[in-house]
Design a protein around this ligand. Structure first.
Ligand code: FAD
Ligand code: NAG
Ligand code: NAG
Ligand code: NAG
Ligand code: NAG
Ligand code: NAG
Ligand code: NAG
Ligand code: NAG
Ligand code: NAG
Length: 617
């Protein structure tokens, strides 16, 4: 009985804390002196670092902890439990990390670690063979973490970091793999427990001239996809979200753009946002909507300060129907034929089928759908995996819709047939990928294909041959066809600061594999060579997609000319807003607007590593 009672109490007190986040509740404003310090003159070149005389004393940190009501944490890297030389050494905990952590949400629920650990600098790697003398150091992980449950916690962290010249980072779930969620010598704002939710059946967006009116939801910045879906089912609504159920819907996902299987119908994640509650670099807790702090409303939906909550559109419930098939190039044909998964031996037919599937991407997005593809080396040949995702279609409508593609493949000599019945399920009820930390987070590059790269036959031929070359070189070419136009976004008055290339894009494609380099063991030279090889493969894709760009949330961490690739024509305005709102450089993360003014030093020239001191360039 007793454990049950205490669990109930924890759940109940968690609800109370969530309610403390209600947007209309009076704010605990910090004193103006703390909120508006004068800008230090001259500003130090580097952020303060542990060991510096300027680094806050233990008493300073204790005092921050008191201001925060005891939610300040300091943690060793989780893998410290595997190092005999660490005070945290614990074989049983180490066995859990080695065997079971990736099957749970361990990495997403941990205060400091993240999914892709190589940006940390590998100063405390998890391994089965850790020598008695091996050392584990904090590396790129933060020194202190604020386990935030209220905007006031976030304000206190921002004020402390700004006044003490400490590097500040933001971790929500830790899905990002470009080093934006970690940083050596930093104070981290952990937004994971900003979990509030409230449904507004009839919401009217503030601001001039008739904004959105209809159902909406107020959501905490820490809600993960699976939590948002639970609420969506409860209130009979749809909240578009990332395909991976552990991603944070209202932190990095909306901040970078956010694509979903519903994007061709309802636009990007940013397009769902009607209002934001944010903490700015001066420590203020502000509302941003089209009428108030419009610059932040623009910028925060494309890179910027800390979001504590948002109000987002709630759409009617919708089913997602998914039809899947694969075909393979091998050395002997499969039986039975036709099948939903045939193997053929004719290479010309295989690559013609590859082109036909991608060409069907336009048909899919124009019908409001999302085409998921994976082309990869498989055995002695290659495999093409196809999942056509159609919101609002019944299974029989989906089969009818697909028939032209199937016929075309059959004519080419690819006997895809006898498709297994498409699956159909309420979009918000998907639970397939719930939980699980999966892989250590790979290194990849990506490209947004503008519509012209599909409709201009010579560009399309060049794009397909560049895509094929990545697969033949041993990489996986992962395509997602979607079309989040301004019309689908439905906010004609409010163009968010997201990469405008998205509005005309019909495919976001990732090139995975990184030349089979193990980022945990490769030398700096091997890594540099692998980056060069991948960049050489990406170049023809870029040539064939003029006017394209890349999706900042799923991208090469050392994307050449990243300002233009990730932010397109919005970059100048985003950088201007950033510099005006944050003259102190409180918010810094690689590849965000204005980040070229700083760099992490002492990382052996590997640009994505965060295990060094952050200094102005
Ligand atoms: C397995 C997997 C599947 C994915 N699937 C999809 C998908 O289907 N669609 C898609 O669009 N993307 C997808 N992504 C990419 C995902 O959108 C990004 O990794 C995104 O940055 C995750 O945001 P997060 O808040 O969960 O993660 P974090 O890594 O915690 O945050 C990433 C960064 O976002 C910023 N940030 C986070 N919270 C806040 C906040 N409250 N205020 C201000 N800034 C904040 C910070 O800079 C932070 O470092 C996927 C990633 C993975 C690893
Ligand atoms: C903050 O205070 C709590 C409660 O006293 C304590 O458990 C925690 O260790 C403190 N944090 C730090 C970083 O000292
Ligand atoms: C890992 O999980 C298995 C069950 O899947 C369990 O038997 C085992 O005890 C776990 N190991 C650790 C170290 O937690
Ligand atoms: C560990 O260090 C000690 C003392 O420096 C040395 O004698 C020993 O050989 C080292 N062990 C290993 C496995 O490197
Ligand atoms: C962070 O705060 C949440 C909510 O109060 C709590 O449930 C959780 O245990 C805390 N995590 C850590 C590591 O202190
Ligand atoms: C859910 O919403 C839809 C349309 O928005 C409506 O048709 C349906 O009756 C609702 N279902 C329930 C159980 O309220
Ligand atoms: C989803 O599909 C199921 C089964 O076909 C059907 O009963 C249900 O009405 C559909 N729901 C919606 C919202 O279309
Ligand atoms: C291979 O497929 C192509 C494209 O369908 C076709 O033109 C060609 O005749 C096929 N070759 C053989 C040997 O079947
Ligand atoms: C379809 O596949 C099933 C299962 O593999 C098989 O039993 C059936 O005969 C096939 N039907 C046709 C028309 O090929």
């Amino acid at each position: 009985m007793r454990p049950l009672i205490s669990i109930t109490f924890i759940l109940f007190s968690h609800v109370l804390r969530s309610l403390a986040l209600r947007p209309n509740e009076a704010q605990l404003e910090l004193s103006p002196a703390a909120a508006f310090p004068s800008r230090p003159q001259p500003q130090p070149r580097c952020k303060s670092f542990p060991g510096d005389s300027s680094w806050p004393s233990p008493a300073d940190w204790n005092s921050l902890n008191q201001t925060l009501g005891d939610v300040l944490l300091n943690r060793l890297p989780p893998a410290a439990v595997c190092y005999p030389s660490s005070p945290n050494f614990n074989q049983e905990a180490c066995n859990f990390l080695l065997n079971n952590a990736t099957r749970t949400t361990f990495y997403f629920d941990d205060p400091i670690t993240v999914q892709a650990q190589w940006p940390q600098g590998l100063t405390c790697p998890l391994s089965r063979n850790i020598g008695a003398n091996a050392t584990c150091t904090q590396g790129g992980f933060p020194v202190y973490v604020v386990n935030a449950t209220t905007p006031r916690h976030v304000q206190a962290a921002v004020n402390f970091a700004r006044n003490k010249n400490i590097r500040l980072i933001i971790k929500n779930t830790g899905h990002d793999s470009s080093g934006r969620n970690i940083g050596a010598g930093s104070l981290s704002v952990w937004t994971h427990y900003l979990k509030g939710f409230e449904f507004y059946p009839d919401y009217k967006q503030p601001g001039p001239g008739g904004g959105y009116r209809g159902p909406a939801a107020w959501v905490g910045a820490g809600l993960q996809v699976w939590e948002a879906f639970e609420q969506a089912v409860r209130y009979n609504i749809t909240l578009p979200a990332a395909s991976c159920l552990t991603v944070g819907s209202y932190g990095g996902w909306i901040g970078g753009g956010g694509h979903s299987p519903l994007s061709s119908k309802y636009g990007l994640g940013v397009d769902q946002v009607l209002e934001l509650k944010v903490v700015t670099a001066d420590g203020r807790y502000l509302t941003a909507n089209p009428g108030e702090n419009g610059d932040l409303f623009f910028a925060l939906r494309g890179g910027g300060p800390i979001i504590t909550s948002a109000i987002v559109k709630a759409h009617p419930p919708i089913n997602l129907t998914i039809a899947s098939f694969n075909f393979n190039l091998g050395t002997s044909p499969s039986t039975p034929i036709p099948s939903p998964n045939p193997t053929i031996v004719n290479s010309t037919a295989f690559w013609a089928g590859f082109n036909a599937v991608f060409a069907f991407g336009i048909t899919t997005v124009d019908a409001g759908g999302y085409l998921w593809t994976n082309a990869l080396p498989s055995g002695p040949g290659f495999s093409m995996q196809v999942r056509v995702q159609l919101p609002g279609f019944s299974p029989s409508e989906a089969l009818t819709f697909l028939q032209p593609l199937i016929s075309q493949l059959n004519v080419l000599g690819i006997p895809v047939g006898n498709l297994t019945q498409p699956t159909t399920e309420l979009y918000s009820a998907q639970t397939a990928s719930r939980g699980g930390g999966s892989s250590p987070g790979g290194y990849f590059a990506s490209r947004l294909f503008p519509r012209k790269a599909y409709t201009d036959p010579s560009l399309f031929a060049a794009a397909m041959s560049a895509a094929r070359a990545t697969v033949e070189a041993g990489y996986t070419f992962h395509g997602l066809n979607l079309s989040p136009t301004l019309q689908a976004a439905g906010n004609p008055r409010q163009k968010p600061g997201v990469n405008p290339v998205w509005r005309d894009a019909v495919m976001h494609a990732d090139v995975f594999g990184f030349g089979n380099i193990n980022l945990g063991t490769a030398s700096d030279q091997e890594v540099a060579a692998a980056v060069e090889r991948l960049h050489a493969l990406m170049e023809p894709l870029k040539q064939a997609t003029p006017g394209g760009g890349a999706y900042v949330n799923e991208a090469d961490p050392v994307e050449p000319d990243w300002q233009r690739s990730f932010y397109g024509g919005n970059y100048g305005r985003l950088r201007e807003i950033k510099e005006r709102r944050d003259p102190w450089g409180v918010f810094w993360a690689p590849t965000t607007p204005g980040s070229e003014g700083w760099r992490v030093e002492g990382t052996g020239g590997v640009l994505w590593r965060q295990n060094g001191r952050l200094c102005r360039t």
